[in-house]
Design a protein around this ligand. Structure first.
Ligand code: GLP
Length: 213
């Protein structure tokens, strides 16, 4: 599976951790790939995707350490690092878990990202940079990162797109009911044959089906 950080999936990771602790499920035969990683930060920065996932999930489940794969933005040969990451993922992950950015970004695939894009270095949009302040205890906000591409996301066997809170209501409505295109990367998921959009009442409030959510 491929997993994001961000605030949105924290509840799912807590539930996964609880389920493993209760002996209901096991990660012993799973492989986990991080979805993206911020660049220009120290390796121990708690806001990095790898470290967030470590604290929220991996410290609490039985995933073998060698089955945790992460992106290293400081790799001296970043293009090669990205190519190897895609090769390790292979044809498709079984489950792609996604949050959604306020501008529809998936991972760090900002608006305009090609639908067949591979894992690569990307520059973050100003709104994404400002939104990331909540992950960091300092002002040195990352301006770039490395992300799994839309090509890998769209090739996944199953996708769960998660959104919660009122701030996501507008982009959720545009994603589900607006035009499909690279201007809103999340809208491309409507062409996926096995994608579920999971929202709370606040994030789904502007959907035309909101009365039945
Ligand atoms: C961040 C991450 C994404 C995340 C999204 C939403 O920039 N790169 O992977 O899904 O934006 O974040 P949050 O869940 O904190 O709202």
């Amino acid at each position: 599976m491929c997993l994001p950080s961000g605030s949105t999936p924290a509840g799912i990771y807590a539930e996964m951790s609880r389920s493993v602790g209760a002996g209901l499920v096991s990660f012993a035969r799973a492989s986990v790939f991080v979805l993206d990683e911020f660049g220009g930060l120290g390796p121990d920065d708690p806001g990095r995707t790898r470290n967030t996932l470590q604290h929220q999930l991996l410290d609490h489940v039985d995933l073998p350490p060698t089955a945790f794969h992460y992106l290293d933005p400081e790799d001296a040969d970043l293009p090669r690092h990205c190519t190897r990451y895609d090769a390790l993922i292979g044809a498709a992950v079984d489950l792609m878990l996604l949050g959604i950015g306020l501008n529809g970004h998936l991972g760090m695939n900002e608006p305009g990202s090609p639908p067949d894009s591979p894992t690569r270095r990307v520059e973050l949009h100003e709104t994404t940079i400002q939104s990331s302040a909540k992950y960091f205890a300092h002002q040195n906000l990352p301006r770039w990162g490395v992300t799994v591409g839309l090509g890998t996301i769209l090739a996944s066997k199953e996708v769960w797109l998660l959104a919660n809170g009122p701030a996501k209501a507008r982009i959720v409505q545009q994603t589900v009911e607006g035009p499909i295109g690279s201007a809103n990367p999340a809208s491309l998921l409507r062409r996926h044959r096995n994608c579920s959009v999971l929202v709370d009442a606040d994030a789904g409030a502007l959907l035309s089906v909101a009365g039945s959510v």
